[in-house]
Design a protein around this ligand. Structure first.
Ligand SMILES: [Zn+2]
Length: 199
């Protein structure tokens, strides 16, 4: 096992056919807490079409290599591809599309149910996606900081490095003396090569 943590963003899933936020245009602002509150029906239309695309996607060589080398992952992605690839330790700081949850009665519901109604069949509240929206706090924040700082090296993959969350993780790791590597292009070839050379 290599003494390494990966921090991954949308770029790692590009070769799996999942568009990055830059490519999705104004979708970004629609994945916000405000938009969800004001237009829940429309919001779910968008989320369900994203989920259809994600459900069809398969992990690429980059996800597979990180799983194979048992590299723990902190990911900004909600596509679940690290888990699909077989990675055991994955911190999904923006959540995932595995289920939705009733905000009021706390019951979990499947997306299959959401396709029929976005309201809880028990208490009629609007169902909440298990996804961090713009305007929300991210998940596993301190755990991610600790994880990144507790290894000798951090590999940052496919992120626009300037997103504040990634920056915070990388900065705190660097301050803890961790060596930082960045792969932003061609990650499906570069990551397997990087890992082969590391071990
Ligand atoms: Zn409910």
């Amino acid at each position: 096992m290599v003494d390494l943590v990966a921090i991954t963003g949308a770029g790692i899933s590009k070769a799996s056919g999942i568009p990055t936020f830059e490519e999705m245009g104004d979708l970004r602002e629609k994945l916000s807490r405000d938009y969800f509150r004001n237009n829940p029906e429309k919001f779910y239309e968008i989320l369900l079409s994203m989920k259809k695309n994600i459900d069809r996607a398969v992990p690429n060589a980059a996800h597979m290599a990180l799983a194979e080398y048992r590299v723990p992952v902190i990911t900004m992605n909600i596509d679940g591809l690290h888990t699909k690839a077989g990675s055991q330790k994955v911190l999904e700081v923006h959540g995932n599309l595995d289920y939705v949850e009733c905000f009021r009665c706390k019951t979990k519901h499947s997306y299959h149910e959401v396709e029929k109604s976005i309201y809880c069949d028990k208490c009629k509240s609007v169902l909440e996606p298990n996804v961090v929206l713009y305007g929300d706090n991210i998940r596993h924040f301190y755990e991610a900081i600790e994880l990144a700082a507790s290894h000798k090296q951090v590999l940052v993959v496919g992120t626009s490095f300037f997103t504040s969350t990634v920056n915070i993780f990388v900065d705190s790791a660097r301050k803890a003396g961790v060596k930082i590597h960045v792969i932003n292009k061609d990650s499906e070839n570069e990551i397997p090569r990087f890992l082969r050379e590391l071990v």
